[in-house]
Design a protein around this ligand. Structure first.
Ligand code: HEM
Ligand SMILES: *[C@@H]1O[C@H](CO)[C@@H](O)[C@H](O)[C@H]1NC(C)=O
Ligand SMILES: *[C@@H]1O[C@H](CO)[C@@H](O)[C@H](O)[C@H]1NC(C)=O
Length: 500
């Protein structure tokens, strides 16, 4: 929600607010660099419409470790890889948990998930299970058939859409529906209807927008009534109800999908999870609530992140014709007249891979990663950090840090030939998937979806801007949501590639 509006709303009951108890700031905390704050709302108004950019600017004035007060929530903002390294080396376990909130409770199916649950036994078991049984590179490979089919449908969809109107298509929407289709298929099976997919895509997106919609109860425990007044409570209830309806459908349907499709074993997650539920060798018993939480994670954490990455990739290719040419040249060498690029060929596309890295450096899909919270008191840079302090890592800022990247504003995939840096969490200045215990387990899964789509989109079609529109008209700003979409939708003209 718009922070100016937030301030405006707060002005009405301002007298009440001033009467509310003000927190006494302890001596030690006061020492931490901290931008001046307003009574009661603290620094909330400074988050701006694109929080990672506002926080980046604030860090230029107040340093790479700042303390903000978001309402009554003490939040530590880290804007330098060095400090992340210190936190992870000394206090990895301290910051391995997520904050609790009404919204995260809803998104985690009451803490029965991986992404939003607090650190503990249940989280540990589920993360391990997801890594070994759902998101391992072996499992990802086993699903190549399903991805190939969805990519064919994507190409067909583009051809259809192009022939329909004036040749201009909204690629942003087409890519989003490809990612929705492929993820719902890999997670739930192929029975999911078009309407259900639309609902799942909506829920994924809603999760991301709800994230920044301030829930007063979370920031100001005394102001629970404002949530009711502003309709946020009703929105959250609707959100939960939509998931309930979906899961009724999912439970009804999963049993009907045969295990074998086209002579291959069906590998979708729901089937695997239900098998695991009856697997006595597993050592733990997966509850229905955990299966539901895991499934919700895959949808919420998977769809928007993956589809926004693909969208930024295509936008950067259009903006950088010389990069587009190199990607094309590489593809031509590898494809040798094949109709479609198969996954076996992806290993030879090294330029395509560093191109994707460069896109994620400049446009990390989750610019502020996911919030963490301290389990106990600890020290960072000599400051005492109390228990229950929130930690926000500005990974977006890291990709632009001049002490790590040469000419960071330039789009130059070749830099990854020189640096051996990878996004697997070892190089603290490039952490679009997070770090350490809470690192994203879905990297291989999403890269497989992204690479095969990009390779074929560029193999099949040449892409250009609609007539009258130039590269300068492209707005590369992101919208202010927890998942950073490009604000402007990408409209392009595909023409069948002549090489084929
Ligand atoms: C380009 C795509 C993606 C990006 C950039 C991304 C990024 C992230 C980030 C930044 C985090 C938080 C890490 C932290 O707190 O340090 C995360 C967590 C997570 N992601 Fe992803 N993600 C992507 C795709 C996926 C996919 C496809 C899935 C699953 C199908 C997935 C599942 C998860 C889960 C379960 C977590 C929670 C891990 C935990 O809290 O322990 N992600 N992701
Ligand atoms: C493309 O159009 C054909 C003919 O109208 C239709 O049968 C097919 O389902 C469409 N494909 C996609 C992916 O929309
Ligand atoms: C499918 O899985 C079953 C049991 O795990 C196995 O016996 C069978 O050979 C598999 N079939 C294929 C085609 O992979």
């Amino acid at each position: 929600m718009n922070p100016t509006m937030l301030v405006a709303i707060l002005m009405i009951p301002f007298f009440f607010l001033l009467l509310a108890r003000r927190k006494v700031i302890s001596q030690k905390e006061a020492l931490l660099p901290s931008p001046p704050r307003l009574p009661f709302i603290g620094n909330l108004h400074q988050l701006g419409s694109i929080p990672h950019r506002s926080l980046y600017k604030l860090s230029k004035q107040h340093g790479p470790l700042m303390l903000l007060h978001l309402g009554s929530v003490r939040t530590l903002v880290v804007s330098s890889p060095k400090i992340v390294e210190e936190v992870i080396r000394n206090n990895d376990l301290v910051f391995a948990t997520r904050p609790m909130s009404k919204l995260l409770d809803a998104m985690s199916n009451n803490k029965n998930d991986i992404a939003f649950a607090q650190y503990g036994e249940s989280w540990r078991q589920m993360k391990k299970l997801a890594r070994t049984h759902l998101l391992s590179s072996q499992k990802v490979k086993s699903m190549s058939f399903d991805r190939a089919e969805e990519v064919s449908l994507l190409l067909e969809n583009i051809a259809n859409e192009t022939s329909r109107g004036n040749g201009v298509i909204c690629l942003t929407e087409i890519l989003n529906s490809y990612v929705t289709n492929v993820i719902t298929r890999l997670v739930l099976g192929s029975w999911v209807t078009r309407e259900k997919k639309a609902l799942l895509s909506k829920l994924s997106h809603e999760s991301s927008t709800l994230f920044y919609e301030v829930f007063f109860e979370d920031f100001f425990p005394n102001l629970k009534w404002l949530d009711v007044l502003r309709g946020s409570d009703r929105k959250l209830e609707n959100y939960k109800k939509n998931w309930d309806t979906l899961f009724e459908e999912i439970i009804k349907n999963h049993g009907h999908e045969s295990k074998e499709v086209n002579g291959k074993n069906n590998t979708y997650f729901m089937g695997t999870l239900l098998d695991l539920q009856h697997d006595s060798t597993l050592g733990v018993v997966l509850t229905n609530d955990q299966i539901r939480g895991l499934t919700m994670n895959m949808i919420i954490a998977g769809i928007d992140t993956t589809s926004t990455t693909l969208d930024w990739c295509m936008a950067e290719l259009i903006r950088n014709p010389e990069v587009m040419k190199k990607v094309h040249d590489e593809l031509r060498k590898v494809a040798r007249g094949e109709d479609m690029i198969s996954e076996e060929l992806l290993g030879q596309l090294s330029y395509l891979k560093i191109f994707i890295k460069e896109v994620i450096r400049l446009h990390p899909p989750a610019p502020l990663l996911l919030p963490r919270e301290s389990l106990q008191e600890c020290q960072i840079q000599g400051y005492n950090i109390p228990k229950k302090t929130r930690l926000v890592i500005n990974a977006w800022a890291f990709g632009r840090d001049e002490s790590y990247w040469e000419a960071p504003e330039q789009f130059k995939p070749e830099r990854f030939f020189d640096y051996t840096v990878d996004y697997k969490g070892k190089d603290f200045y490039f952490i679009p998937f997070g770090v350490c215990r809470r690192i994203c387990p879905g990297m291989d899964f999403s890269m497989a979806i992204i690479e095969i789509a990009l390779a074929n989109l560029l193999h099949r079609f040449d892409w250009s801007l609609p007539s009258g529109i130039t590269i300068e008209d492209m707005d590369m700003d992101e919208g202010g949501e927890v998942i950073s979409f490009r604000k402007q939708k990408l409209e392009l003209v595909p023409t069948a590639s002549k090489v084929n």
